[in-house]
Design a binder for this molecule. Structure first.
Ligand SMILES: [Zn+2]
Length: 191
């Protein structure tokens, strides 16, 4: 069985992106009728008993309940910088540090909505103050990135094209970049 290892997009029955799975795993879902093919490649995959076109996107036939939190990414400094495209929220220049909007010394936490990327100059100038106290304006507001947002980045163009025709749930709260870039994916209403 000649099987590619390209990851396959796994959707919930509700069209929510659950994750990426291996081709053999996706075919296992198809064979056992636990999933249906939503989009496939022209390449045919054969085994002794079945032949499938290589799946790109499969959808579970039965809804799997996933807690909302499981779809959110855990906070990390690296994640903040990636979310903001390494752009300083205060001057718009390249930023390599993470600023706590409400400083940690004032009870501000390591949370997506309390942290932005900043250059070391702006971070130093803001110091131990809130942006208001420092008289500094924020060029963008922080967002909570979801796994869906990250998964969209990791998909192939063909997979994103395949998904563009559907309402993909869970994409509403993706990061700004994904929201702008793949807004058509996020505009679908929850069924
Ligand atoms: Zn700056």
């Amino acid at each position: 069985m000649a099987v590619t290892t390209a990851p396959v997009v796994l959707l919930n029955a509700s069209w929510e992106v659950l994750g990426l799975v291996s081709t053999p795993r996706a075919i296992g879902f198809l064979v056992t009728k636990r999933a249906e093919s939503v989009a496939s490649d022209d390449v045919e995959i054969r085994s002794a008993v079945v032949a499938f076109e290589a799946p790109l996107v499969v959808r579970l036939t039965e809804y799997v309940k996933v807690p909302r939190r499981a779809l959110e990414l855990p906070w990390s400094r690296r994640g903040v910088r990636r979310r903001d495209g390494n752009t300083c929220a205060y001057c718009g220049g390249p930023g390599s540090t993470v600023d706590h909007i409400v400083p940690r010394s004032r009870g501000g936490r390591d949370e997506w909505l309390n942290t932005v990327t900043a250059c070391s100059d702006c971070n130093g100038r803001k110091g131990n103050r809130t942006p208001e106290q420092a008289g500094m304006r924020m060029l963008f507001q922080p967002t909570i990135p979801t796994r869906t947002g990250v998964l969209l980045h990791r998909m192939s163009d063909r997979q994103r094209e395949a998904l563009a025709g559907f309402s993909v749930r869970g994409a509403e709260e993706t990061d700004t970049y994904v929201g702008q870039r793949y807004g058509h994916l996020a505009s679908g209403s929850a069924a």
